[in-house]
Write a protein that binds this ligand. Sequence first.
Ligand code: HEM
Length: 406
Amino acid sequence: MLLSALALLLASSPVFVDAFPAYATRYAGPRNDDTRKPIQRRTAVPYSPQFPYTGATLNGAAGTGVGGVQVPAPGDYAHYYEDPLPGAQRGPCPGLNALANHGFLSRDGITTYTEMVAALQNVYNADFSVAVALTMLGFVLDGDPVSETMSIGGSVPLVTGKPGEFTGEYGGVSMHGTFELDVSLTRNDYYLNGDSHSFNGTLFGMMVETAKSTSSAENPLFDFNAMALYRSQQYERARVENPWLYFPQLALHNYGAATFLFNAFPSSAKNYTPDLETISSFFGAVELPNGSWGHVGERTPPNWQNRVAPLNLTEVSTGITELYAAYPKPYGANVDGVWVPLNSTSLSALRKRQSASDPNGILCGAYDEIIEHAEAAPQPLAMLQFVVEKANPVFGPVGCELFTMP
Ligand code: HEM
């Protein structure tokens, strides 16, 4: 059984193994340091010309940006929803989980740079620079620049490398304290039970109640007002409930995630209404007979169509700034229940750039943030080389000051 799983793993990644002989050795090595079940590697299938979506393919390049496309396209069986197989990686990001459940990312949850850049464009109609910036941010915080793989869930040492060893941060998207931080929408703070990646139906229910209070009980909307208030409520709850809460300025990323409920998930076929049917489908939330919320695989709602115009970085950045400004919260940490305020970190300068009215300031701020995190990687130059190769061609032409390899 073990051997056949290993054979499958090797058979499904021939290019990968050839290109990185060191990894081939690791594949062939003993598995007894991995307690998880073997994962059946199922990489994303190449895009078919019959179903081009927004035109991005698995070559890391820009698509057309022309959206309003139904996802999955009728008849594109390769991208129909399937439950994740046992052992597949899923994590705190409903957006990425849905992509993997539809096969736009590897269905095993161990994805690559090019899969992710294409999927963000094709499914959410993220503008090319948004797709590169978000993917890069994921990689510098949680992925491996050498194999160009990243788990969208927990760490998978035999595929992406062991945390603390070699070139990258291999924690995967579920790793707490990197991209995943306290004060999420539907995930616990890590300290509370050591699981900050699983869907929490109680929190989802609280978000629904907030949306009812800001719109209507009959048709709760997860719009700007609901998300601003709910983020504020979550922060206040965490201040009281989590004696080791950590809320640095980096937590502004979580405001970015909150903007996706009203700027990425709503269907253009439904006049971009961020209603419960749409949001519960992407979060995999199902209402149970007793009124509580259970969880199934995240998926696109029936007949869902992506945005007509691409989602650009200005929208995301403005959304972050405005959500935060609606209920400003002090940065800081609880230390055994005692609040310790934190001054703005060096990221504040970047945020200033990002919130400038100049759209290039926003793009370049995102680039600077990526470089800053890459410099903190275990092997910074390996990570920086990766960023230079992938991101410099995107951010150079808009006038950003680029990092160059020494
Ligand atoms: C347009 C594409 C994306 C959408 C629509 C999306 C959507 C979301 C949403 C709605 C959440 C909030 C979940 C919650 O707090 O309950 C979230 C969280 C998260 N997403 Fe994504 N996401 C996208 C892209 C990405 C990418 C590319 C990465 C990294 C590679 C990523 C990593 C994360 C992480 C780490 C969290 C957890 C943040 C936290 O709560 O601490 N997301 N995402």
